[in-house]
Write a new protein. Structure first.
Length: 147
C-alpha cells in the first residue's frame, strides 16, 4: 500500500489536517511509530484529524507503539486514543469498517493488559471500560461487515 497522499491526510485542508500532514506526510509505518515513541500525546492528536485513509494506513504503527514498552504507563496516550476511536466511530463508522477487526483486537489488548496503562489514568475516568465498549463496538462492526 502506498504512503498516504497530502489529500488523504488532510482531505479538508483545515488547520488540524495541515498539522497532521506536516507530521505524517511521507512517513512510513516505522517512521510514524518512531513519532509516537518521541512524543505520543502530541502525535496522537493527528490521528483524530487526519483523513480516514491515512488513519487506516497508520493504525499498524499505533498498534506497534501500544504493544511496545514505551507505552507502559502512558495513560495520556491511551485515554486520548480512546477518545479518538469513539469520535471516529461516531462520525465515520463506514470508514472504520475496513479496520474494525484490527481495532477490536487492539482495544482487547489494552483491556487485557490494562495494568500496563492504568498508572495515572484515574484523572481520565474509567478508560478501561471505554475500551471494553470500543472493543465490542468494533467487533460488532467487523461482524456486520462480513455478514
Amino acid at each position: 500500500m502506498p504512503l498516504p497522499t497530502r489529500q488523504e491526510i488532510s482531505p479538508y485542508d483545515d488547520l488540524d489536517g495541515r498539522v497532521a500532514c506536516r507530521n505524517f506526510l511521507g512517513k512510513t509505518l516505522e517512521e510514524a511509530e518512531a513519532l509516537f515513541h518521541e512524543n505520543s500525546l502530541y502525535y496522537e492528536s493527528d490521528l483524530m484529524w487526519m483523513g480516514p485513509l491515512a488513519f487506516r494506513y497508520y493504525l499498524p504503527a499505533v498498534a506497534e507503539f501500544v504493544r511496545s514498552e514505551a507505552a507502559t504507563d502512558d495513560s495520556d496516550f491511551i485515554a486520548a486514543f480512546a477518545t479518538t476511536l469513539k469520535f471516529r466511530f461516531e462520525y465515520e463508522p463506514e470508514e472504520m469498517r475496513p479496520v474494525a477487526q484490527q481495532l477490536a483486537v487492539l482495544c482487547g489488548y489494552i483491556v487485557e493488559y490494562w495494568s500496563r496503562f492504568e498508572s495515572g489514568s484515574e484523572v481520565y475516568g474509567d478508560v478501561r471500560t471505554r475500551y471494553q465498549l470500543l472493543q465490542q463496538t468494533f467487533s460488532n462492526l467487523a461482524t456486520e461487515g462480513s455478514a
